[in-house]
Write a protein that binds this ligand. Structure first.
Ligand code: 5GP
Length: 192
């Protein structure tokens, strides 16, 4: 997605440890018109699949999932919550995810009320790095008996393993910008 790549080159900041900061437009301050274009692009890439529910994870995925839902004609968005293990009960789908940016493990939950058999689910998230967040969301979909129609990612870091793992599973994975390499000296280089 050209508009997104141009914005990453203009305003993205490469940090030590393989972290790309895009907090001036994507996941802290939000450029809503860019979000809207992202939503339309996901609609274009996943059109005609009968998607009736969008699943994401708090917090950064929520806004992107909402504009995407609007582009799909207002299908509901469900966001997985990060939870303390003491809150968990039988009414929830649960799994564990290791955070790339925070380097610790946490539980993610979704209420059984909101996803189930017969649903056709699209997963949306801001970043794909090692794939832990996405694999966790896929596990929740599997527990629910719903059908996973694909995953839409705004920025995939192609030099980490997540994309390869997910594609090997045969999942339709669409990343709007794939970073091939990045460093503080040369900046960001995209995969063609
Ligand atoms: P994964 O689980 O694929 O290793 O990492 C995905 C999650 O980590 C995303 O939901 C995102 O919040 C965060 N993340 C991973 N890499 C980056 C990065 O380079 N920059 C930012 N801002 N977040 C990242």
């Amino acid at each position: 997605m050209k508009l997104l790549k141009e914005r990453i080159l203009k305003d993205g900041v490469v940090k030590a440890g393989g972290v790309l900061k895009v907090d001036s437009f994507l996941n802290h301050q939000i450029d809503v018109s860019l979000y809207r274009e992202i939503g339309k692009e996901f609609r274009r890439r996943f059109d005609g699949l009968g998607i009736n529910k969008i699943l994401t994870i708090e917090a950064s995925g929520i806004g992107i999932a909402c504009v995407t839902a609007e582009a799909f004609g207002d299908c509901p968005v469900v966001f997985a919550k990060k939870a303390e293990s003491k809150n968990l009960d039988g009414e929830l789908y649960t799994t564990k995810v290791t955070s790339f940016t925070k380097g610790r493990e946490y539980n993610v939950i979704v209420s059984k009320k909101f996803i189930g058999e017969g649903d056709k689910v699209l997963i949306i998230d801001d970043f794909l790095a090692n794939g832990c967040a996405l694999i966790g969301l896929m596990e929740l979909v599997e527990q629910s008996g719903a059908e996973l129609m694909g995953a839409g990612i705004v920025i995939e870091k192609g030099f980490q393993r997540g994309g390869e793992i997910i594609r090997q599973k045969g999942i339709k994975l669409e990343s709007l910008a794939i970073v091939e390499s990045m460093d503080e000296e040369n900046g960001v280089v995209f995969r063609n």
